[in-house]
Design a protein around this ligand. Structure first.
Ligand code: BT5
Length: 278
């Protein structure tokens, strides 16, 4: 289903709905772009302020991690990037992704009444299907400090399960297909900005990192379950144990050894009803 005709996708419409001081000021809305992360990085390097949102109704080169594609069809979702100028050590920047995952849960819960789950590190899932992916990129400036970070968020809003491209048809979902709730794109952007500001501004950040990571951990759906850990050139079975205070995933390999994973890929087998196998 396409978005409703009254769902005008424009900066003026977002501005009418914004309740924030920093996030989304300004908000730039584009009909189409290669990747909002690329555009946001350009703007950030030209001095765009902390909190700028670059949103698009369509991306021709939406990207995921490791140069993977993020399917971004016209009018079916919102693809956006938030420019942040965080006062935090470079080594901790991966926690921006984790904290953004909690922002997305709060946003989706407010809009639909349903709180989805997190697939460590950067995916939001419901009914065993991926609704949203997050990609954080940063630029290192003088003295090894982060000059800026760009947090990219792709959310599927309106697709039915069968609308997705063949490669992801069995794993992808949208707010409409998984919750039945139709949300206007600009309402979503305003709601996201509000939750983003609550967690990343208002003097709370970065001291709130521990509390937000605690909420992150509560939403990870596969703790205690069997997973497959995927390295660059190998894959091994393990049991997912916990998320530690740095946001690392602790797993137990079959030989009993415990590993703390900083980033990476976990495969989980879902049954058709969305429950995890194993
Ligand atoms: C991600 O990577 O999921 C991060 C996606 C970030 C997208 C946003 S949109 C705004 C901003 N601008 C950009 O160019 N990117 C950001 P990763 O964890 O590597 O997952 C990629 C994998 O997700 C693909 O290989 C597919 O299997 C699957 N996938 C692709 N498109 C999808 C979609 N629309 N919905 C669900 N799954 C998808």
């Amino acid at each position: 289903m396409m978005s409703d005709l009254t769902d005008i996708f424009s900066a003026a419409e977002v501005e009418k709905k914004l309740t924030t001081r920093v996030i989304g000021r300004p908000a730039i809305c584009l009909d189409t772009v290669d990747s909002t992360n690329i555009r946001a990085r350009q703007l950030a390097s030209e001095g765009a302020p902390h909190g700028t949102i670059v949103a698009a109704a369509h991306q021709t080169a939406g990207r995921g991690r490791l140069a993977r594609r993020f399917e971004s069809p016209e009018g079916q979702g919102v693809y956006l990037s938030v420019i942040l100028r965080p006062e935090m050590p470079l080594a901790e920047l991966n926690t921006l992704t984790l904290m953004t995952a909690v922002v997305m849960l709060d946003t989706i819960e407010e809009l639909t009444g349903i709180r989805p789950f997190i697939k460590w590190t950067n995916d939001i899932y419901l009914n065993g299907r991926k609704l949203c992916g997050i990609l954080t990129e940063c630029s290192v400036g003088e003295g090894g400090k982060a000059e800026y970070a760009v947090v990219g968020i792709g959310l599927n809003l309106y697709q039915q399960r069968e609308d997705f491209a063949e490669e992801i048809r069995s794993i992808a979902g949208s707010l409409v297909s998984e919750t039945g709730v139709h949300v206007f794109r600009t309402d979503y952007i305003a709601c996201l900005a509000k939750h983003f500001e609550r967690i990343f501004c208002d003097g709370a950040f970065p001291e709130n990192k521990k509390e937000v990571l605690h909420r992150y951990r509560e939403a990870v759906f596969f703790l205690g379950k069997k997973v497959e850990v995927r390295g660059y050139d190998n894959a091994w079975p393990a049991v997912a144990l916990d998320i530690d205070e740095e946001g690392r995933l602790l797993v137990r390999a079959e030989d009993g050894s415990i590993h703390a994973l900083n980033s990476g890929e976990i495969s989980i087998r879902f049954r058709p009803d969305g429950e995890i196998e194993g």
